[in-house]
Design a protein around this ligand. Structure first.
Ligand SMILES: Nc1ncnc2c1ncn2[C@@H]1O[C@H](COP(=O)(O)OP(=O)(O)O)[C@@H](O)[C@H]1O
Ligand SMILES: [Mg+2]
Length: 397
């Protein structure tokens, strides 16, 4: 144990660290593995992406997770077994990657593992006075550390909840460290299964940033297409949506859900934005059947409009804002072209980080802060952005 603590202490004192960031989002498309060199800490952090891949999940593994994810009632035995199995799968993917990249395990200082969210339960959803905000990620860090031989920091979201937050979005911490350096207003928009944003005003202190979930990113489109055409996982480049016509009645019905008018910041997940959400809206309207293309056009528009509305609520009137987009939704041309048409006050910038790797990279930055960060970096904090270190440390032996 002492030798592990000594090793950790030595790593914490290194100016540059080699950290593998891992992200597995609600889309369940695969594990993002970002090998990063990170130097410095706090606002002096710099990050260099050395290698990146997303290893897709096989259908069996994806189905096992889908079987329990975001469900109110599940087989507890399956949750217990998946906590171990997800970690084992992630560790195997890291080992495979390092061999493929020709990189020695001993050259890696840390793994930063997000795990797999299986349930997100902020108070605004569960509305049960007895309980606080809660969120649960599985894929145990001890397993990853033992199976890779690399010290692993995992389970980042719990302390955020303990300190008064909802456990999300956490990317805002890394967004602040990397992007609050100059005189421009910025929106960092991530379109994963769920969409979220960080607004960083010019010359911002940490207290000035706004960080919130928006609503559905790709999740409703993905789920609908999968139900209609089981061999498809998503609407490639938004092609089907482009061929369809928006059903305005259904769009407005879905947009009237109270989540969209809740004040910012707020968080959400597939517990709310799922097939039942769409089916219920259709049932309540009692409208005739809608073609797959028209449904995709409508769901695509729902994502776009909710993103635009949230951005417009966030940015000051008449301000010029740079917009950088990351996440798989970037590849949905129909979605991006609606955003470009409707968000005329934003200047589009290519992401300075690799857009698919961004989230995994930002978890690597969180791990770096946990080991080497300065207590004053995140100011006084606030309930939704508390000033804390995040993650649990697992030793390989
Ligand atoms: N070529 C593409 N065209 C349209 N959508 C895409 C494309 N590639 C990926 N996506 C979307 O991006 C999603 C994955 O995005 P990602 O940022 O990894 O989300 P998460 O963090 O939820 O895993 C896919 O499920 C899919 O909906
Ligand atoms: Mg993903």
């Amino acid at each position: 144990m002492k030798s592990s603590i000594d090793r950790l202490y030595n790593i914490s004192n290194k100016y540059s660290k080699r950290i593998i960031g891992l992200m597995s989002g609600t889309s369940l498309d695969g594990l993002d593995i970002a090998l990063c060199d990170i130097s410095g800490n706090g606002k002096d952090t710099s990050i260099n992406l050395l290698n990146f891949t997303t290893i897709p999940y096989d259908d069996y593994f994806k189905n096992e997770i889908t079987f329990i994810a975001s469900k109110k009632e599940v087989e507890l035995e399956r949750v217990c077994m998946l906590n171990e199995a997800i970690a084992r799968k992630h560790a195997a993917m890291i080992n495979e990657c390092l061999i493929k990249w020709g990189i020695n395990h001993s050259s890696i200082d840390l793994i930063a593992s997000h795990g797999q969210t299986i349930y997100h339960a902020p108070e605004i959803f569960h509305k049960n006075d007895y309980y606080n905000n809660a969120t649960l990620q599985i894929g145990d860090g001890d397993h990853i550390a033992t199976l890779t031989g690399i010290i692993t920091i995992s389970d980042f979201r719990q302390k955020h909840v303990a300190a008064g937050g909802e456990g999300a979005p956490l990317v805002s911490y890394g967004d602040y460290l990397l992007f609050a350096k100059d005189q421009t207003n910025k929106i960092l928009l991530n379109i994963g299964g769920i969409a979220n944003l960080t607004f960083i005003p010019a010359n911002a202190n940490f207290e000035d940033i706004i960080s919130t979930d928006i609503g559905p990113g790709n999740t409703l489109m993905d789920k609908w297409i999968k139900r209609e055409i089981p061999e498809m996982h998503f609407d490639n480049n938004g092609e089907m949506a482009s061929k369809g016509k928006v059903n305005a009645t259904l769009l407005n019905k879905m947009l009237s859900h109270p989540f969209f008018s809740l004040p910012l910041p707020k968080t959400t997940g597939p517990e709310l934005f799922n097939l039942a959400f769409i089916d219920m809206a259709i049932q309540e309207l009692d409208i005739p059947a809608i073609s797959t293309e028209d449904m995709l056009a409508t769901l695509n528009k729902l994502t776009a409009v909710s993103i635009c509305n949230t951005i417009n609520k966030t940015i000051p009137r008449n301000a010029t804002v740079e917009l950088m987009i990351s996440g798989g939704g970037m590849k949905n041309n129909a979605l991006i072209s609606t955003l470009r048409n409707e968000l005329q006050s934003c200047i589009y910038k290519d992401h300075t980080l690799h857009a698919d790797a961004k989230e995994a990279m930002l978890f690597a930055i969180l791990a770096n802060e946990t080991l080497s960060g300065n207590e004053s970096t995140f100011g006084k904090g606030s309930p939704h952005l508390p000033n804390i270190s995040m993650g649990k440390i697992s030793f390989p032996n």
